[in-house]
Design a binder for this molecule. Structure first.
Ligand code: SF4
Ligand code: SF4
Ligand code: SF4
Length: 361
């Protein structure tokens, strides 16, 4: 049985517990990896995600899907692969040739490959059917859903290239030799790009465990290069990749809980601590801020702006002037009307009957 260690390893696969959303934040109930693992190797032990090492087969199927990159596999780095993909001529991704299970990639990786390479990326998913890892079609379905989502993004940003699903089973055998050659080139280019990659990885790990995932940094940087060619940079409607927030001025108490618990610092306080900024490009949509906000002042907003996402621009969602409460003389965020803080106001309401009674005695 697995123990609740900070880093758990199995078959060259490692899980860093301090990067898991639900382990770090009581309010989070993410279970993407639990639902995806074909071997049922993840368990909740006292509500903490725990890897049972003896049950994990190191298939890498769950790796791409973790929003905070809590998993790593020694033999393959999906971020390095996506960043270097542009240098290879052969566009096919296949678990039988160049990669582990395609579940190792997330939407961001697919989009980064197509954006940087400026060409379509072909995914051989012909082996998913009948694969022992694809129990009830869960892993295969997740791979296809990620491909579809990345294609939606490519369409939104006006790129013609797509992530194409292909079947290479029927292709000539010598194409496989070509793929291998292509993959060797990728490996070489990963080595060439490694310095940039190490710098990014170090920057990521220098911060506390839970910060911006590298896959999102790669996507943001790839989008930056597209912005100039985009006709429309804003879009409306739901997105499973980007997230936007709004805060209701009247109900927010400026308690700061959302900024304190946001794992990626997408929400952060203004320098005077009297307001809150939000950066669309940093939000991973974990929902912690909405769960933790007692007055339910923060909510989703389905309007996105690629310029803000790509350049990590932050928007001030609320700002309060601090004034002194006329009752308790403590400073509080003023929202208009009588200069009385929420605490004194609710106290007065709660005990108004008592005060009236006392006056009549
Ligand atoms: S997918 Fe990542 S954040 Fe979600 S439960 Fe698994 S390890 Fe935690
Ligand atoms: S939005 Fe909610 S959690 Fe954030 S500061 Fe306002 S009241 Fe507090
Ligand atoms: S802003 Fe909210 S949903 Fe986005 S990463 Fe921060 S806590 Fe999660």
């Amino acid at each position: 049985m697995g123990n609740m260690n900070f880093v758990q390893k199995s078959n060259l696969f490692s899980y860093t517990a301090t990067r898991c959303l639900r382990n770090e934040y009581f309010h989070n109930d993410c279970k993407i990896c639990i639902d995806l693992c074909p071997k049922g190797a993840f368990h909740l032990v006292r509500n903490k995600l725990t890897l049972f090492e003896n049950e994990c087969v190191g298939c890498a199927g769950c790796i791409g899907s973790c929003p905070t990159e809590a998993f790593e596999i020694e033999s393959f780095d999906p971020n390095g692969f996506a960043a270097a993909y542009q240098h290879v001529n052969e566009p096919v991704l296949s678990c039988k040739i160049s990669t582990p299970c395609l579940g190792v990639f997330d939407v961001e990786h697919y989009a980064v490959m197509a954006l940087r390479a400026n060409k379509s990326v072909q995914c051989d998913v012909s082996h998913c059917e009948g694969c022992v890892l694809n129990e009830n079609g869960i892993l295969g379905g997740s791979i296809r859903a990620k491909i579809e989502e990345s294609n939606r993004l490519l369409e939104q940003v006006g790129v013609e290239h797509r992530i194409e699903v292909i079947d290479v089973k029927e292709e000539e055998a010598d194409r496989r030799a070509l793929f291998r050659k292509g993959f060797d080139k990728i490996k070489e280019s990963i080595v060439t790009e490694s310095q940039a990659h190490i710098a990014m990885t170090t920057a990521h790990h220098k911060l506390p465990d839970m910060k911006m995932p590298l896959k999102r940094i790669l996507l943001k940087n790839s989008l930056k290069e597209r912005i100039g060619a985009m006709v429309e940079t804003t879009f409306e409607g739901p997105s499973s990749l980007f997230f936007n927030k709004q805060i209701d001025f009247q109900s927010c108490t400026n308690c700061g809980d959302c900024t304190q618990f946001c794992p990626t610092d997408a929400l952060f306080p203004t320098s005077d601590k009297q307001g809150i900024y939000f950066a669309q490009g940093k939000c991973i949509g974990c929902g912690i801020c909405e769960d933790i906000c007692k007055p339910k002042a923060i909510s989703k907003k389905e309007e996105f702006d690629f310029v803000s996402i790509a350049f990590e621009r932050a928007e001030q969602l609320v700002h309060y002037d601090m004034v002194t409460c006329h009752e308790c003389r403590c400073p509080f965020p003023y929202k208009g009307g009588e200069p009385i803080c929420d605490r004194c106001e609710s106290y007065t309401k709660q005990y108004s009957n008592m005060f009236t009674m006392a006056k009549d005695l």
